[in-house]
Design a protein around this ligand. Structure first.
Ligand code: ADP
Ligand code: MG
Ligand code: MG
Length: 882
């Protein structure tokens, strides 16, 4: 079988679609070469070989011959020979998995150099300094990545060499200096590994290939995969590619760029480059990178010349490549390039990571530019990422004590306590504290801390540094390269001028401006106009499910309306009982011995409860409102401590003993499965009657006052049997008739139930006889289907997830097999009895994109979620409908 795919010289064995086999990098190198872009020739060893290697510790038969053949093709194409002294072919060995894993896998450049070929390279290029610089880079990278010699060894030698010469920059060292550095490097390798640095290029090549395959299993790569749900089985490909050199003089350069601004999404070429540099010098923070464009330079306040000014011709070529790539991929690209003696070479392209704001802007503008259609734009924006846009940003009028400024690497505002290590960030994060991770720069080892932090601050590195790229991907605000700040890890302090900030002090970051502020700064609500409104309008046209909200306070209702909700799917009435003013009456009601006494207390609650609904109905003006009657066990409303009991006794004019007794009486072993939901309505019908009266009186009042209509939907919780609903529905209907008779006005209303017990789902046909709607309460349904208490699952669920027993937390993403099956059964049975029965979901899952996809697949009419998730649900519902 075929293990090796060639690319370059205007044609390729592979294509962009073959990323599973060739990895993202290999597939896109093949694609770029095949559309005629300048790609140095090379070949890709497939991910299947990695899998074989991981499982068997060796290579499949035929691989070696195929590699030699592909290498020979490159030699022929370039008229160079791998290992030859006079025209030495050098290659890079690069890893590349299906999805990009930034910084996870290591690349070796300049492979093929040894004590002899380096001389050939020097003669051929006429530049000995360049040749020896390349060789020492090779020893350094190969030593680190392949031989496992800590890079600190090489850095130490290099630092000493520069000190000796009294120079600061690597570029100030001469060929002779590099020769001496190389001798020291080789000696150190021998000391550390016990073996001489390998001189045979074939030996170098196979060792490097093995190192790349081995790196698939290293700790950093595993951590990254775990955090991003990337399966172990995917494996990585290895790309072997002819070297081009950005370090051969002043007409050479290396750079990285985004075809559009990854922070704002603006259609502006955005990138950084370095003259006379190689590989990752740009992102490694060794020298300050320069901007590609004059515009970018001005934006970042840089005084270094832009590529546009320094090498206008090559820049022109690069702009053409940019247009070509965007037209071809119809997507924003993240590219890596090198300029060798005035000639441009493309070394990588992939879909660029971007902030949520940029994703929105790019998607909407690409529709306007005719590159993609509306549906594709809707498909491209990750609903979960919208979260970033819906949360507050810094109030521009609030006072800011700006202490430093860095690059605006990832937008958003974040305040928190300063920490200086990823482990510390994680530890404090687990305690629920908000932290800002402050590092000189970040590396893949810091990812867990970046996750735990609210924001990330670095004092070194550019817009394409590790911190910036990872923060944008995670949606964390980030200020990068705030160079005035000095971090001292030893003392746990950060200084700027005369200001000293210790671990634990609060700072605020503005990732949109790059400002670092002392203390906490006030925030404001986000703008929901422009691109956001445009994309939402397209999503609304596409989706078929409605989106409602779970809300009971006027503030939440207003937020949800602003976010475009189409009604309330769950208004929980118990929250309304806790108000300081009301709780006394509520407790009196609970303590009451007789129905009469209970009714008296309820009569005091009625006007307050009615007022709640008046306000909600007004805010929702005409949209349906599902009100769930009282659900939690009464015990929840009673005081627990002795002192509080005394207070209640005094307020209720009852003896303390009665309070104590009643409390003991109401206590339950397992309240989740106890006297709650409709069981309360069955045993204390006067409570539900009062609530129903409050709803209908409020509806009548609002209709009269506004002239509009109100659509209340009265929902009975925790029904298991047909008879429960039948009894309580009559109670609601009778109450409605009474209110209508008293007021001389009617209101169109529905009575329905929550489906949150397995029995209700299985007997949904019987229940539908009395239910005009079902709302799937998937929180309780998940608890009862799994026999698992949500409040107690924390102690073992993580182990279940780690061992793959459950794919995700079933309280976050609906379990389609079990819980979902019951939802399907209930949907079918409900519809078989009542064709137009209204079906929705009001569990936490209503705001989860994967669960929303499931809801679409069973044909629910709406999903209901918390106010801030409404836009996410609108977009997710549209994607589910596509
Ligand atoms: P990563 O996945 O970490 O980005 P890459 O394989 O892309 O690693 O390599 C990193 C950098 O090394 C590239 O951006 C490029 O600058 C340089 N590089 C890789 N291969 C070559 C090559 N054949 N010629 C010149 N530079 C190369
Ligand atoms: Mg890298
Ligand atoms: Mg790369």
């Amino acid at each position: 079988s075929k293990w090796v795919y060639s690319f370059g010289g205007g044609n390729s064995d592979g294509r962009a679609e073959m990323r599973n086999l060739l990895g993202g990098k290999g597939a896109n190198l093949a694609e770029m070469a095949s559309i005629g872009l300048p790609v140095p020739p090379g070949f890709t060893i497939t991910t299947e070989v990695c899998t074989h290697y991981t499982q068997n510790g060796g290579y499949p038969e035929g691989l070696e011959a195929q590699v030699q053949q592909a290498l020979a093709a490159v030699e022929q194409d370039l008229d160079m020979r791998f290992g030859a002294v006079e025209t030495p072919l050098l290659v890079s060995v690069r890893s590349g998995a299906r999805v990009s894993m930034p910084g996870m896998m290591d690349t070796v450049l300049n492979l093929g150099l040894n004590d002899e070929t380096v001389e050939g390279l020097a003669r051929k290029s006429g530049d000995a300094r360049f040749a020896y610089d390349s060789y020492r880079r090779f020893i350094q990278m190969f030593g680190d990545v392949v031989l496992g010699v800590d890079h600190g060894h090489f850095e130490e030698i290099l630092e000493l060499a520069k000190e000796d010469k009294g120079v600061e920059l690597d570029t100030d060292l001469t060929a002779e200096d590099w020769k001496s550095v190389i001798e020291q490097y080789k000696a150190r390798v021998k000391e550390e590994t016990g073996e001489a640095f390998p001189q045979d290029p074939q030996d170098q090549l196979w060792k490097a290939v093995a190192a790349v395959f081995g790196s698939w299993s290293n700790q950093r790569a595993r951590t990254y995969r775990r955090l991003h749900n990337i399966p172990e089985e995917w494996g990585t490909a290895v790309n072997v590619q002819a070297m081009v050199f950005g370090n051969m003089g002043e007409d050479c350069a290396t750079g990285v760029a985004f075809t559009r601004d990854p922070s704002t999404g603006e259609n502006a070429f955005y990138g950084e480059y370095l003259v006379n540099a190689q590989g990752e010098d740009v992102v490694a923070g060794i020298r300050t990178p320069q901007n590609l464009t004059v515009e970018g330079k001005q934006k970042n306040g840089s005084d270094l010349p832009a590529m546009e000014e320094v090498m206008p011709e090559v820049f022109g070529q690069l702009c053409k490549v940019r247009d070509r790539l965007e037209a071809h991929y119809t997507e924003m690209q993240d590219i890596e390039f090198t300029v060798q003696s005035g000639t441009l070479y493309m070394l990588q392209t992939r879909t660029g990571k971007r902030t949520a704001a940029a994703a929105l802007k790019i998607a909407t503008e690409m529709v306007e530019e005719g590159l993609i259609g509306e549906a594709e734009a809707v498909r491209r924006v990750d609903p979960a990422a919208l979260d970033q846009l819906l949360h507050p940003t810094l109030d521009p009028s609030a006072e800011r004590k700006v202490i430093a400024k860095g690059l605006p690497a990832s937008p958003g505002a974040a305040s928190g306590q300063v920490v200086f290590s990823a482990d510390r960030a994680e530890a404090l994060g687990q305690e629920g504290r908000r932290v800002i991770l402050c590092r000189v720069e970040t590396s893949p080892e810091d990812i867990h801390g970046m996750h735990a932090a609210q924001g990330i601050l670095t004092t070194r590195g550019g817009m394409t540094s590790h911190a910036a790229v990872v923060a944008r991907g995670m949606g964390r605000p980030c200020v990068a390269g705030a160079g005035e700040l000095r971090i001292d890890y030893q003392t746990g302090k950060m200084r700027v001028r005369d200001i000293e900030i210790s671990e634990g002090d609060v700072v605020t970051l503005d990732g949109a401006t790059g400002e670092v502020m002392q203390g906490e700064v006030a925030t404001i609500q986000p703008e929901l106009t422009g691109d956001f409104a445009k994309l939402m309008a397209w999503a609304d046209r596409i989706r078929s499910m409605k989106v409602r909200t779970n809300a009971e306070t006027p503030a939440d209702c207003r937020t949800a309306v602003k976010f475009g909700c189409e009604g309330i799917g769950l208004c929980r009435t118990e929250h309304m009982f806790f108000d300081a003013e009301r709780i006394v009456a509520v407790r009196e009601m609970i303590l009451a011995d007789t129905v009469e006494a209970r009714r008296k207390a309820l009569a005091r609650i009625l006007p307050m409860q009615r007022q709640d609904f008046v306000e909600i109905f007004k805010i929702m003006s005409g949209l349906p409102v599902t009100v769930r009657l009282l659900d939690p066990p009464l015990h929840e409303f009673l005081p627990h401590g002795e002192a509080e009991m005394q207070e209640v006794a005094a307020a209720a004019g009852a003896p303390l003993e009665q309070v104590r007794q009643r409390s003991a009486q109401l206590e339950e072993n397992n309240p989740m499965l106890g006297h709650r939901g409709c069981r309360l309505g069955i045993t204390y019908p006067e409570i539900y009657e009062m609530q129903a009266r409050a709803i209908f009186e409020a509806a009548v009042e609002v209709q009269r006052e506004t002239g509009g209509t109100v659509e209340p939907e009265v929902m009975i919780p925790l029904v298991a049997t047909q008879r429960e609903l039948e009894i309580l529905k009559s109670l609601v209907d009778e109450t409605a008739q009474a209110v209508f008779a008293e007021s001389g006005q009617t209101v169109a209303y529905l009575v329905g139930t929550m489906i949150e017990l397995p029995r209700a789902a299985l007997c949904a046909d019987e229940i539908a006889a009395d239910a005009e709607f079902f709302s799937f309460g998937t929180n309780d349904l998940t608890q009862t289907v799994f026999g698992l208490s949500r409040d107690d699952a924390g102690s073992f669920l993580p182990a279940y997830e780690a061992q793959g027993i459950v794919k995700q937390d079933p309280f976050i993403t609906l379990d389609p097999k079990g819980v979902g099956q019951l939802v399907s059964i209930a949907t079918e049975k409900g519809r078989s009895v009542r064709r137009d029965i209204k079906l929705g979901i009001c569990g936490e899952h209503g705001g989860d994109p994967a669960s929303i996809r499931f809801c679409q697949s069973v044909g629910l009419d709406y999903v209901s979620c918390s106010p801030y998730r409404v836009p996410i649900a609108r977009l997710a519902a549209a994607q589910a409908a596509l």
